[in-house]
Design a protein around this ligand. Structure first.
Ligand SMILES: [Zn+2]
Length: 67
C-alpha cells in the first residue's frame, strides 16, 4: 500500500507534506473537498511544473528543524 505522503490544497495551490502539515500552513480554511491526499511523486511534479503549485514553506522549514 502506498503511503499518502502529500496533502494538496487546491484553493491556495500549495503542496504540503502530510507528516509536517499543521495549523501554521493555513489550509484550515480550505474546504475538505478542496484538499487531496496524494502518494504519487510524479503527480506532485506535474502539479508543480504544469499547474504552478508551490511547495509549502512551513512544511519544509519544520522538516529541516526536526531532522
Ligand atoms: Zn504546509
Amino acid at each position: 500500500m502506498k503511503k499518502l505522503k502529500y496533502l494538496i490544497d487546491h484553493v491556495t495551490k500549495t503542496i504540503h507534506q502530510r507528516d509536517y502539515a499543521g495549523d501554521r500552513c493555513g489550509f484550515l480554511n480550505t474546504p475538505i473537498d478542496k484538499r487531496e491526499f496524494i502518494g504519487d511523486g510524479a503527480y506532485i511534479e506535474l502539479l508543480k511544473t504544469e499547474k504552478g503549485y508551490k511547495v509549502c514553506n512551513s512544511c519544509q522549514t519544520f522538516q529541516l528543524l526536526t531532522r
